[in-house]
Ligand binder design. Structure first.
Ligand SMILES: C[S@@+](CC[C@H](N)C(=O)[O-])C[C@H]1O[C@@H](n2cnc3c(N)ncnc32)[C@H](O)[C@@H]1O
Length: 314
């Protein structure tokens, strides 16, 4: 409700990713992320035998920035491409680029292609468990927004972190797990690709929970998750070991390198060297690409995000 309640939730009342928004995601850094993703889509389209209709359902598409960059890159698959931007917040569904179908929910009919989600799973509802002497307690919240611990004894997620110290917390992410399962069912042939900040349940048990449950507002950290409900973004790092096991799990930096970010940057560097003295738009765009690449592959920032892929119908 803090994020999505019509009229009250953060995303329903103007909250968003972007330079003018509240936090910066990879597509919002600039068009380079989409240009590399366009190359990845071409590779996956070719691997599928260049189907006449290649559906890409981008879930949590926000204002459509990634869609715009992918289309602007002119992918080889463009004539086959049916791009669905799936965004649950009505206020973000306006203003998407031409050539994109904008919808509030995922399609119901299975398709050949890709389900893509950048920073969606961290924005799905999650639970919290706290380790007590004799077992686990669920962290619940009373109607007046005070935490209360309810003993649950055994909990399946607890088995993932058997050595969790007393007092430590772990997330439970049934919504993220169900989302991945549903996305996989939707792809008849192709893949589900999820990009997000992720860790594992035992590792999160060893970290302070306030480090992996985070709030954002106006490009800074927000306040406690229970204050200013609807006024700030509320996210939880993804416990990847609670999801179905992916076929591939690599860092965003490795994913982008595998799909040619370095080639694009080499071209940009040449263009910058040739045109820096002219200082025209092309020169500035080239310089900006070099800076974008550094941000997208920075291992301590966006480059350290995980890219999880599930291949379907092999
Ligand atoms: C952190 S933002 C990321 C936006 C964009 N993907 C980006 O990387 O800039 C998460 C987005 O997912 C949307 N969202 C959350 N749950 C959703 C769902 N079940 N279906 C579609 N969109 C959803 C939110 O409204 C929000 O716009």
């Amino acid at each position: 409700m803090a994020l999505y309640q019509p009229g009250l939730g953060f995303y329903e009342t103007g909250g968003a990713a972007g330079r003018r928004g509240d936090f910066l995601t990879s597509p919002e850094v600039g068009p380079l992320f989409g240009a590399v993703m366009a190359r990845a889509l071409d590779q996956w389209w070719r691997e599928l035998g260049e189907p006449a209709t290649f559906t890409v359902a981008e879930a949590g598409a926000g204002r459509g920035t990634l869609a715009k960059a992918i289309l602007a890159a002119g992918p080889a698959c463009r004539d086959a491409l049916r791009y669905l931007a799936v965004e649950r917040s009505a206020s973000l569904r306006a203003g998407h680029p031409e050539g994109v179908e904008v919808t509030a929910s995922m399609p119901t009919e299975p398709f050949v292609g890709v389900v893509l989600a950048n920073e969606l799973l961290d924005n799905l509802p999650f639970g919290l468990l706290e380790r007590r002497q004799g077992g686990w307690a669920e962290v619940r919240v009373t109607a007046d927004l005070v935490e209360t611990l309810v003993s649950v004894g055994d909990a399946p997620e607890g088995h993932l972190a058997p050595d969790a110290p007393v007092g430590s917390r772990i997330p439970t992410q049934p919504a993220a797990q169900a989302w991945v399962e549903a996305a996989r069912r939707l792809v008849e042939r192709g893949r589900v690709v999820v990009v997000d900040y992720a860790d594992s349940t035992p590792s999160m048990a060893r970290r302070p929970w306030t480090e992996w449950v985070r709030t954002y507002r106006g490009h800074g950290r927000g306040s406690s998750p229970l204050s200013d409900l609807g006024g700030q973004d509320l996210t939880c790092e993804v416990a990847a070991d609670q999801l179905p096991a992916p076929g591939t799990d690599r860092s965003q930096a490795d994913f982008l390198r595998a799909h040619g970010i370095e080639e694009i940057v080499t071209e940009a560097r040449q263009a910058w060297e040739e045109r820096a003295h002219i200082g025209d738009l092309q020169a500035l765009m080239a310089r900006s690409r070099i800076g974008e690449a550094a941000a997208l592959t920075d291992a301590t920032g966006l480059g350290g995000f995980r890219v999880l892929e599930w291949v379907q119908g092999e």
